[in-house]
Design a protein around this ligand. Structure first.
Ligand code: RIB
Length: 300
């Protein structure tokens, strides 16, 4: 089973020529509503690429229309929502500006994501076949608890450290690495984590060796790089595309890596699979709309 413990948001997306800086106002013709949240995106990406019944999501939404629609959306995409709890807080909402180059800026109002707890995942859901997928949009200690319990049960953990909290401590970053089999970050996040851990520059090779965790860095159009604890470096290029919207590309990559790991594939194959899927996801607007099905990506 692939278990995603993470966030569910509804994304309100405005297309702008240039993303507003501090103190600026920019106008967009209209806005679109899409399903999002890094957790839900990763769950949907994984479900579209794997056999029915493989992916379960643990999350919290409000008892509002956004929450109801989001649960339905998971079901439509083959994600089991049996561990999605409805609570008294409003469903998470992300405000996204996408510019003319398909780059984005995102502000998330966490809402119900902030009350997800480790107790939302019973031990009976964790075993040696579990691949747990985590991000950083729900309470950190809850994620850490589920990660440790998954490892204790013989399962594996993929932790996408996105976004890196501005107040993340050295102890938290160390605990995250120790509880993970695979860390996935983009180049900005790699620099932030390296700074927190006083690793020289963004030297993920050093980080991987010191932590016994495989560190994967996604680099957009340049593909992805993986550094293993025993000093191997693995690289995959990204197919050339003209992106419409890059929102959710990183999530598609993480979901694909989870599928490859769950199927027992080697790291290089997982990276190539993830890069192909992530590129395809950029060809439609919205985080989830462009996420490919297995036939579109090809073999792992
Ligand atoms: O990674 C993209 C996601 O980040 C969006 O869907 C938004 O909800 C934010 O969580």
């Amino acid at each position: 089973m692939i278990l995603v413990f993470g966030s569910i948001n509804v994304d309100l997306v405005a297309r702008v020529t240039t993303i507003a800086g501090p103190g600026m106002t920019v106008l967009a013709r209209s806005y679109e509503r899409h399903f999002g949240g890094k957790g839900a995106n990763q769950a949907v990406a994984a479900a579209r690429l794997s056999a029915p019944g493989t992916v379960v999501m643990a999350a919290c939404v409000g008892g509002d229309a956004f929450g109801r629609d989001s649960i339905e959306n998971l079901g439509r995409n083959g994600v089991s929502a049996e561990l999605v709890r409805i609570c008294d807080t409003a469903t998470g909402c992300a405000f996204i500006a996408v510019d003319a180059k398909a780059e984005n800026a995102i502000t998330v109002a966490s809402g119900a994501n902030g009350v997800l707890s480790a107790g939302d995942v019973p031990d009976t859901m964790l075993g040696s076949g579990t691949v747990l997928v985590l991000q950083m949009e729900v309470p950190f200690q809850a994620s850490l608890d589920v990660a440790r319990r998954t490892r204790k049960a013989g399962g594996r953990v993929i932790w996408n450290c996105a976004p890196v909290p501005p107040a993340m401590t050295r102890d938290e970053a160390t605990a995250l690495l120790e509880a993970s089999d695979i860390l996935v970050v983009n180049e900005h996040e790699a620099r932030d984590i390296a700074m927190i851990l006083s690793v020289c520059g963004d030297d993920m090779a050093q980080l991987a060796k010191g932590s016994a965790t495989t560190c994967i860095v996604t680099a957009g159009a340049r593909g992805a790089f993986a550094y293993t604890a025993d000093g191997q470096v693995c690289e995959a290029s990204a197919p050339a595309i003209v992106p419409v919207d890059t929102t959710g590309a990183g999530d598609t990559f993480v979901g694909s890596i989870a599928v490859a790991l769950h199927e027992g594939r080697v790291l290089g194959d997982a990276l190539r699979f993830g890069c192909r899927a992530a590129a395809l996801s950029c060809l439609s607007a919205g985080a989830q709309d462009g996420m490919p099905v297995r036939d579109a990506v090809g073999a792992v």
